[in-house]
Design a protein around this ligand. Structure first.
Ligand code: GTP
Ligand code: MG
Length: 319
């Protein structure tokens, strides 16, 4: 796959782990500037070595605080880690994610840590597509681990976490009823469950509740999700959580079929997001107008309709 003729040095720079070039490229991705797909293709094929861990859960469930603890412990073990914090800027999180990330920012001066947030402004294919592209860049840089934080609100945000090979679901003692409605969809993608804020009352009951739910759900391809109590302020429970993350990585290494099944689920979503972006570009930004003058006249006179016009685009063009 050829590289980008405009910036022939970019690929080797990213593969070397050049932070400045990577940050610039991720900003282009985030802004929705056109990033040549040849470039992303080359980077993707050079990647696959980072252990990608996703963490999702309700706003305020303590995802960033858990990540902060994981950063401390994994750094102690000598791992080099990138964090991708996906900020949907939803009215629900109210942009609080930026303020709350202050704690994790204490790692930002550490050369072995790279923390990057992603928001949806601009990206034509949406945040999910942009997150996948950013992950492609980080993975190609050769970090030992990449952690992705996404708020578990909305189907797209939940599906984003499928990019990860191990998915952590953060719950809290009080989150029981609040997430009931989405639980079916969310719990299906969780490999490891965390009851965070275990210092608060009701943690054991919450663990029992989740265990009961998991017991009733069929195990997926041989892996049985477990539930871990964590107090991510003090760090209690983090070591256990890390052992379980490790066990899941080992499970995937030895179970090719399970690995392929989850890759299939994730790549289906990623392909959809890539196609959505291409379609959006074609309809909104193509140099050639997507409908002709004659079609526009016909629309004005109601001799055609947006349904037919859309059909002409999706069926009639090679995009
Ligand atoms: N008591 C207690 N508080 C916690 C714990 N973990 C996180 N918190 C607090 O919960 C609040 C939210 O924590 P965050 O880590 O920002 O939560 P988040 O899930 O990243 O939040 P969003 O990114 O906004 O969705 C903060 O005030 C944390 O200090 C815990 O284990 N125990
Ligand atoms: Mg957060």
């Amino acid at each position: 796959v050829p590289g980008n003729p405009d910036a022939p040095d970019l690929i080797p720079a990213i593969l070397r782990g050049d932070l400045r070039q990577a940050a610039k490229l991720i900003t282009r991705i985030e802004r929705g500037d056109s990033v040549p797909s040849d470039l992303l293709r080359s980077l993707y094929r050079a990647g696959g070595k980072s252990q990608v861990i996703g963490i999702t859960g309700a706003p305020g469930s303590g995802k960033s605080t858990v990540i902060d603890q994981l950063l401390t412990s994994y750094r102690r073990a000598g791992k080099r880690i990138a964090v991708l914090a996906v900020d949907p800027s939803s009215p629900i999180s109210g942009g609080a994610i930026l303020g709350d990330r202050v704690r994790m920012q204490r790692h930002a001066t550490d050369k072995g840590v790279f923390i990057r947030s992603m928001s949806s402004r601009g990206a034509l294919g949406g945040l999910a597509k942009a997150t996948g592209d950013a992950l492609t860049v980080l993975d190609a840089m050769g970090w030992d681990m990449v952690l992705i934080e996404t708020v578990g609100v909305g189907q797209n945000e939940i599906d984003i976490v499928r990019y990860a090979s191990t998915v952590l679901l953060a719950e809290t003692p009080s989150s029981g009823d609040a997430v009931q409605s989405v639980k079916a969809g969310v719990s299906e993608i969780g490999d490891i469950f965390i009851v965070n804020k275990a210092d608060q009352a009701g943690a054991d009951r919450r663990v029992q509740g989740i265990s009961a739910m998991l017991h009733n759900a069929p195990g997926k391809s041989g892996w049985f999700p477990s539930v871990h109590k964590v107090d991510s302020i003090s760090g209690n429970g983090i070591e256990n959580l890390m052992s379980c993350i490790d066990a899941h990585a080992k499970f995937l290494m030895t179970h090719t079929q399970a690995r392929k099944e989850r890759l299939l689920q994730s790549v289906k979503h990623q392909m959809l997001w890539i196609m959505q972006e291409r379609l959006a570009r074609r309809v909104l930004r193509a140099p050639q107008p997507v409908i002709s003058e004659a079609e526009l006249d016909a629309l004005l006179a109601r001799r055609t309709d947006p349904y037919e016009l859309a059909e002409n685009v999706t069926v009639g063009h090679d995009f």
